[in-house]
Design a protein. Structure first.
Length: 469
């Protein structure tokens, strides 16, 4: 009887197409998986494919697909400097309003171009205020522990606050360089200029022999951010960049503008402030910058799993006064329109929200649908990582055949339970396209599951599919 049962279980493991991944179930994890060929729809295997799971950053595939379908690959967001004041002898008589366009990828270089637009008009002084308008959205109330805690302090960049009027992904960047001699403090500058744009508490010491080791925390008190940078930097070593999210991205934008205005020789007489008021109909555009096309934005968002970009894109999908709740509802509506998708509840575009749920069959349906969108598929798949060339070292697992024949997006959460998710496309040895999704969720904070264990199991199963078809 035991022999018959063992034989039946072995046959079942082979039939589900994910024998190595199924072993994670025996370790106490919830597992949902599905794989299919995209030309015929043939199922290559599944494990509880309709089970609702937390997808983590695999959610970004929904955001990318929804954005592509709504706007197309060449969509650009426009950021403007506006005013209703007259320009008299190089003086702008009135307030200057930054009209944030909800661009998820605005950088300091883009704002430099905006300020140069003022200089080219001959403006040398603004007799008024510089206002950063967040009328589209922002500051957006936090809905995750990460972002809520980051309003006061953080050691990360992934928990950036959200606004339509941001710069550099709502993240401060400090550049740490060794001092001139052993034992002296390191030099700390902004990554875009010689002077830090926010307060810096520099506790980094220059050392002669030991290796560089830097830690940083952004703290906030009385509305001011401080980058607390600690550790050591080796004498003669190259600069190190440290990124930490800002507590108020619109204020960060104003500090960036103030620095750029000063460098351009443009004085501001009445200071800088944020506002939620939309620029009036009588204002005129004095300078404007179009951001990078959506296809380039998605490449960065997916490749580096940029949470800020994903959530800002999701907020842009909503008309009116967007919130994380309405952005999640827009993504849910998009997902349920996909043939064969099934139930879904996405609370964010980034996947930072552990309350988000979908199924392996749902994600695979999304991948299938995008594969058949001939005008959008090349842009969609381009943002995924081929492990052998990917910027993230941890995905370089499995055989060379697996690493060279898959394009994947991963998702990671560690609290309140561990989540390891991976979804994407593969090419079989005969050139056929397939799609697969594997989501592994813990039932409690422990046991912990690492990426090596997850990816080696998934790689083993998908490698067999690649070779067998």
């Amino acid at each position: 009887m035991l022999l018959v049962l063992a034989t039946a279980l072995a046959a079942s493991a082979r039939a589900d197409g994910f024998p190595a991944t199924r072993a994670l179930v025996d370790k106490g994890f919830l597992v949902g998986a599905q794989a299919r060929l995209l030309d015929s729809g043939e199922s290559l295997g599944s494990i509880a494919p309709d089970q609702q799971m937390t997808p983590a950053s695999v959610s970004k595939l929904y955001t990318a697909a929804a954005a592509l379908k709504q706007w197309g690959p060449q969509k650009r967001f426009t950021t403007e400097l506006r005013s209703d004041g007259a320009i008299v002898d190089g003086v702008l008589k009135g307030d200057l309003i930054l009209d944030g366009g909800g661009d998820p990828g605005m950088t300091s270089e883009d704002y430099w171009l905006l300020v140069q637009g003022l200089a080219q008009r001959g403006i040398r002084r603004i007799d008024g205020r510089v206002l950063a308008s967040q009328w589209r959205f922002g500051p957006v109330p936090c809905v995750t522990t990460d972002r809520c805690n980051a309003r006061m302090r953080t050691r990360h960049a992934f928990d950036a606050q959200l606004t339509s009027t941001a710069v550099d992904f709502a993240t401060w960047c400090a550049r740490v360089m060794p001092g001139d001699a052993e034992g002296v403090p390191a030099r700390v500058t902004s990554c875009t200029g010689p002077t830090p744009l926010t307060r810096v508490d520099n506790r980094v010491i220059t050392v002669a022999q030991a290796e560089t080791g830097i830690s940083a925390e952004r703290t906030t008190a009385n509305g001011e951010d401080t980058m607390v940078v600690s550790g050591q930097v080796r004498l003669g070593s190259a600069p190190s960049n440290v990124y930490r999210s800002s507590a108020d991205p619109a204020v960060q934008t104003l500090k960036t503008l103030a620095s750029l205005m000063e460098n351009a020789g443009i004085a501001v007489t009445q200071g800088y402030a944020t506002t939620s008021t939309r620029p009036g109909s009588t204002t005129q555009v004095l300078s404007a910058v179009e951001g990078k096309p959506l296809q380039e934005q998605l490449l960065r968002m997916l490749n580096y799993s940029n949470n800020f970009m994903a959530d800002v894109l999701a907020l842009n999908l909503v008309s009116g006064a967007p919130s994380m709740q309405s952005a999640g509802a827009a993504l849910d509506a998009f997902a349920t329109s996909i043939p064969g998708h099934g139930p879904v509840s996405l609370r964010s575009g980034s996947g930072l929200t552990p309350e988000s749920h979908t199924s392996a069959s749902g994600v695979t349906a999304l991948l299938d649908d995008m594969y058949h969108q001939s005008a959008l598929f090349p842009v969609f798949v381009a943002g995924m990582q081929t492990p052998v060339n990917g910027p993230m070292n941890f995905i370089r697992r499995g055989s060379q055949r697996f690493q060279q024949n898959v394009m994947i997006k991963t998702g990671t959460l560690n609290e309140p339970v561990p989540v390891r998710a991976v979804a994407g496309y593969f090419r079989t040895l005969s050139g056929r396209w397939g799609a697969f999704t594997v989501m592994v969720n813990g039932r409690a904070p422990t046991p912990y599951i690492n990426w090596t264990t997850t990816l080696e199991a998934v790689a083993s199963d998908v490698d067999a599919m690649i070779a067998g078809h």
